[in-house]
Design a protein around this ligand. Structure first.
Ligand code: AMP
Length: 628
């Protein structure tokens, strides 16, 4: 079918369109109403229908493909590969679900999962889904403060962790971070279930709180747990993401809408069907990991590959050797992942038989043209840029090779995915801008299935963060965009203070708050500065109360790593005498960023103290007080 007709139908007759798509998943009770939109912008897809993500991802495939591989978990860090069939996955998930129940976890209870890319993380997620518990996976690269913030917001009954992760051969102990987070949190979980890989034999065990996975698993061997049928709009999981404030938002996903959207995206966008193999290099802690390492491929009966390790270890051909060995049809990675490979010899791209590989999708950050050309030429495959957000759970913009492949335009993630009514509007007047003009990318509600239903426990924040920017009720993507004559959309970066480091979304506010906990610091301003490898890196400008500039700068970097994790480590810290602010006291982050990127700082008519900019210029000339 032609893309245009398919997309148009999803806009003109959303209920008819989504009723058809809903047939791709199993329902225990069919939906009573396809779309309930009585309370805009809140919407309920497949209202009254009951279903279960675990049933759709596992149980329903047992008859047709019980012996087929469901999950291949490869770690180039530990050297262990686990090939798990649908039947084995079913067994593991049942045992895990039984363990959860024994720890008093039930329907609606939250479970925080803090693990690297290992098979047990997937078992844990599916086990939660099976019993209707709401999982909240926290990226393993986040440190204790970030974990504590998420614990306090989600108030979990249980935290599941690994003893340690590994990166580049170095063991990163998780348990001390979990202990610190539980101490910092106001609402620590009553139990911590630890999966030990023997990486940290000295990991602490807190009496009465900590439970050992192997021992509990043995006690539940062979257990079977009935699926809990959930109303389509009950929460399935939370995934915290950064915004403009220091407090992360718990993006809440539903059950039925999510499953249907994933099923549709798997065949139409990613071109993967039952029995085929998908390899996403994402971490389970990110939105891509949830949708395309776990739920998407499993819901359609495909094989999912989960990879723990660097793209260059044991050699820069490791990803392609996985593609060859498992006959990967569709691979999904990030521009940063490819830029890491680009530093290596291009001959690595030619060493493996990639005849099965059809598509390489890249998402999470802007795909620069040189990288796109390098990898297109290097592997001789079509590279598809796709744009989405943690909030949307699946692509907003993409090309759809499973339906009707359109020509690639370098620099653009393509055309609207089904169900998305996208507009590009003027940020002040709210009027639609013409082709080729810059505006804010917005989605006209109701948001399609799969997108967030609200911010956990905070409908007001959901409204305020996404729907309060314009006179009309519109979802703001908070991204600038341009649409060309052919409808291809180009993304030009965020309108808010969120930065994107190697595809990881970080709030500058969070980093500023962390820097400000240093006793010498009076005020910190964090901006994202262009970086050839990571897209952007955080750079700090700070004023001091007292003390030595170099020591304070070092101290700030250490605090950020300790509290937020190495992903947020400032690349450079500059100590200055004053920060540029408007007369009303607002930090002029954009001017700071322009100066740091050697661009014109723009309109400075609102600047309070012109001397502050000279301070910044001098600091940049002098060089960073730490990093750089
Ligand atoms: P996250 O929620 O962490 O996935 O971050 C979402 C943000 O990443 C978006 O709002 C964009 O700013 C950026 N982003 C994601 N995918 C793309 C893409 N294909 N091109 C440009 N920017 C992207």
């Amino acid at each position: 079918m032609r893309y245009e007709a398919f997309h148009q139908r999803s806009i003109d007759d959303p209920e008819g369109f989504w009723a058809e798509q809903a047939r791709a998943i199993d329902w225990h009770t069919p939906p009573q109403k396809i779309l309930d939109y009585r309370d805009p912008p809140f919407r309920r897809w497949f209202s009254g229908g009951t279903t279960n993500l675990c049933h759709n991802a596992v149980d329903r495939h047992l008859d047709a493909r019980g012996e087929q591989l469901a999950l291949v978990a490869i770690s180039s860090e530990t050297g262990v590969t686990r090939e798990i069939s649908y039947r084995e996955l079913f067994d593991e998930v049942n045992v895990f679900a039984s363990m959860l129940k024994s720890l008093d976890v039930g329907r609606g209870d939250r479970v925080v999962i803090y693990m690297p890319n290992m098979a047990e993380a997937v078992f844990a997620m599916l086990a939660c889904a099976r019993i209707g518990a709401v999982h909240s996976v926290v990226f393993g690269g986040f440190a204790s403060h970030n974990l504590a913030l998420r614990i306090d917001d989600a108030r979990p009954k249980l935290l599941i962790c690994a003893d340690a992760g590994m990166r580049g051969g170095k063991v990163i102990a998780y348990k001390p971070l979990v202990d610190a987070a539980c101490t910092e949190a106001q609402h620590p979980p009553p139990h911590v279930l630890m999966v030990s890989r023997g990486l940290d034999p000295d990991a602490s065990r807190v009496e009465g709180r900590d439970v050992d996975y192997d021992a509990l698993r043995a006690a539940h061997a062979g257990a079977r747990v009935e699926v809990e049928w959930l109303e389509s709009n009950e929460p399935s999981y939370l995934l915290y993401t950064s915004g403009t404030t220091g407090k992360p938002k718990g993006v809440q996903r539903d059950v039925g809408g999510y499953a249907v959207a994933l099923a549709l995206s798997m065949w139409s966008i990613y071109d993967v069907r039952a029995g085929q193999v998908m390899f996403s290099t994402s971490d389970v802690g990110w939105a891509v990991g949830h949708s395309y390492n776990v739920y998407g491929p499993l819901i359609v009966g495909a094989t999912s590959i989960l990879y723990e390790g660097l793209p260059t270890n044991p050699d820069p051909g490791v990803w392609w050797s996985i593609c060859e060995k498992y006959g990967v049809r569709t691979m999904f990675s990030s521009p940063t992942g490819i830029r890491v490979l680009k530093k290596q010899d291009a001959a690595w791209l030619k060493k493996h038989d990639l005849s099965q590989l059809q598509w390489l999708f890249l998402a999470g950050e802007p795909l620069d043209e040189p990288t796109a050309h390098w990898i297109t030429d290097g592997i001789g495959k079509t590279i598809i840029d796709n744009y989405w957000q943690t909030e949307t759970g699946w692509p907003v913009l993409s090309l759809m090779p499973g339906l009707d492949m359109k020509p690639v335009k370098f620099g653009s993630p393509g055309l609207p995915a089904p169900g998305y009514r996208l507009r590009v509007i003027d940020d002040v007047s709210g009027a639609d801008v013409g082709a080729g003009e810059k505006g804010v990318l917005v989605i006209e509600p109701p948001l399609p299935p799969g997108c967030l239903t609200t911010v956990w426990g905070d409908d007001a924040r959901f409204m305020q963060s996404y729907f309060s920017h314009f006179k009309e009720l519109l979802y703001s993507s908070l991204d600038w965009a341009i649409r060309d004559e052919d409808g291809y959309t180009f993304i030009l970066g965020r309108t808010d203070d969120v930065i994107n480091v190697a595809g990881h979304r970080l709030g500058t506010r969070e980093i500023e708050e962390s820097c400000s906990t240093h006793p010498s610091v009076a005020e910190a301003a964090v901006i994202g500065v262009h970086d050839a490898l990571k897209g952007q890196v955080p750079v700090v400008f700070a004023t001091l109360r007292e003390g030595d500039a170099a020591a304070a700068a070092e101290g700030m970097r250490a605090r950020v790593v300790e509290q937020l994790g190495a992903v947020a480590r400032p690349a450079r810290v500059y100590v200055v005498g004053a920060l540029p602010k408007t007369r009303s006291g607002k930090l002029l982050r954009r001017s700071l960023q322009a100066l740091a990127e050697q661009r014109d700082p723009g309109d400075l008519s609102t600047l309070d103290d012109p001397g502050a900019l000279d301070e910044v210029r001098r600091a940049l000339e002098r060089g960073a007080d730490s990093g750089g």
